[in-house]
Design a protein. Structure first.
Length: 153
């Protein structure tokens, strides 16, 4: 029996890269994932890794596919760090426009970092006041309990 077709969006630039319709500088390919160099790197060696199947956001990714992509991250991180001589890496997934996502095919950024590079980090961070921390814990736990695919749920 033939495998069901992985989801694909004909308008998605990353689907076009996955299917070889536009070029990309690929560094790793598996049956379910592809990694290639970002065309506008934050620093040289900036790499993207994504599932071949089109899913817009991390929250829509099937667990097994998320696990497969995640399983490739340690080796890819070691390779990017060794190849670039980076002091460190930022591994980031931008989810949604407000979070900086511009291409709606979920992808992880692996960004080489150097001690004196010009990248702005850290982000500004705030404080919880009163019982806000506990209330937030309650709300997130409630959502996790409500979802059938919650870890341990
Ligand atoms: P996002 O902002 O969605 O998290 O990241 C999208 C990334 O894809 C950006 O860093 C951008 O430079 C990169 N990008 C956009 N178009 C292309 C392309 O055609 N080829 C490659 N290799 N990278 C791209
Ligand atoms: Zn896509």
């Amino acid at each position: 029996m033939s495998q069901p077709q992985a989801p694909q969006d004909p308008h998605c630039i990353f689907c076009k890269i996955v299917h070889g319709q536009i070029p990309a500088t690929k560094v790793l390919e598996t049956s379910q994932a592809v990694a290639f160099l970002d065309i506008h790197p934050v620093n040289p060696g900036h790499t993207l890794i994504l599932p071949r199947a089109h899913h817009a956001h991390l929250g829509e990714l099937p667990d097994d596919l998320a696990a497969h992509v995640a399983s490739l991250l340690p080796r890819l991180c070691r390779a990017v760090r060794a190849a670039t001589g980076a002091d460190g890496l930022n591994v980031i997934v931008n989810n949604g426009r407000s979070a900086g996502q511009t291409i709606d095919h979920v992808h992880w950024h692996i960004i080489p970092r150097f001690r004196d590079d010009a990248v702005n980090w850290p982000w500004p961070q705030g404080e919880y006041v009163g019982d806000e921390l506990g209330q937030m814990q309650f709300r997130i736990e409630q959502e996790l309990r409500a979802s059938s695919d919650a870890v341990g749920g």
